[in-house]
Design a protein around this ligand. Structure first.
Ligand code: BTN
Length: 256
């Protein structure tokens, strides 16, 4: 069981996680917070579930997580300051904060993979899925869902990148309450840079992305593109260089 008191003592934020909702079982924390009907509107609301019956990742892939072992949660952002043209950068803020929390607490070296994966020793330890609801071109609700593999040691399913967990990497049971608080503290700190200096978030993210400058392939459904991973632009899209031309990539799985 997640110990709310132990978590609360370690949470140092002003906004993120101050409205904290804990549930045993749900379809998906992302889908629940995205749905206006569910009446959660407070900016920074965090919903943590022990078990999701329809937890999902990018491209509608299933996000598997055994009840009680990991952290599967979503953060609702409703403050207008986040719902700007560059809101994609929030995706980067979310994965950067996972990497920083893991490095701070466990001194494990992390790597970030475009657009939203956190790796340790080349294996995936966490994934982020940002989803939004728009009215015309105006984004109204933004939910950032985070799945961190914490104490699980066996994984089912097919994976593009082999999964790992903190328990597997450290051979120790991990305190989920401490990790979640550290994550949210870190995320709020990163988020506070969003308005004034979003480029700093991008710069820090890129410093942990080892594939920039490498020859890569990007697959999306049936299509595969090849080229050099040139850079990430200011809205967070991947710039792929091929035959002297730069192509902007919006979606896809990057492989070396
Ligand atoms: C990915 O790697 O493709 C992203 C995975 C995101 C999974 C998290 S778990 C909590 C939240 N609720 C969901 O349904 N998905 C995200």
């Amino acid at each position: 069981m997640f110990n709310l008191e132990n978590f609360d003592i370690k949470l140092n934020t002003d906004v993120i996680g101050r409205n904290f909702v804990y549930t045993d079982e749900i379809e998906s924390t992302n889908s629940f917070l995205l749905n206006k009907v569910n009446k959660f509107n407070t900016d920074g609301t965090v919903l943590l579930a022990e078990k999701q019956n329809n937890g999902h990742g990018r491209n509608n892939k299933v996000w598997y997580s055994t009840r009680g072992y990991n952290l599967t949660f979503s953060i609702l952002l409703t403050n207008k300051k986040y719902l700007s043209k560059r809101f994609n950068i929030l995706n980067f803020a979310a994965s950067l904060a996972v990497a920083n929390a893991i490095e701070n607490l466990y001194q494990l070296r992390t790597e970030l993979k475009w657009p939203n994966d956190v790796l340790v020793n080349g294996k995936k330890i966490a994934g982020i899925l940002m989803e939004s609801i728009s009215n015309g071109i105006k984004v109204e609700r933004l939910v950032i869902g985070i799945g961190i593999n914490v104490n699980q040691i066996l994984f089912q399913g097919n994976y593009n990148i082999p999964p790992t967990s903190l328990k597997l990497e450290l051979n120790n049971i991990i305190d989920r309450e401490r990790l979640l608080a550290e994550y949210l503290n870190n995320f709020e700190e990163t988020l506070n840079k969003f308005e004034a200096s979003p480029n700093d978030i991008l710069k820090d993210w890129k410093s942990k992305c080892e594939l920039i400058g490498e020859k890569i392939s990007i697959s999306e459904g049936e299509s595969i593109r090849y080229g050099i991973f040139d850079d990430i632009d200011e809205e967070g899209f991947l710039l792929l260089k091929n035959n002297g031309k730069i192509e902007k990539i919006y979606l896809g799985d990057v492989n070396i």
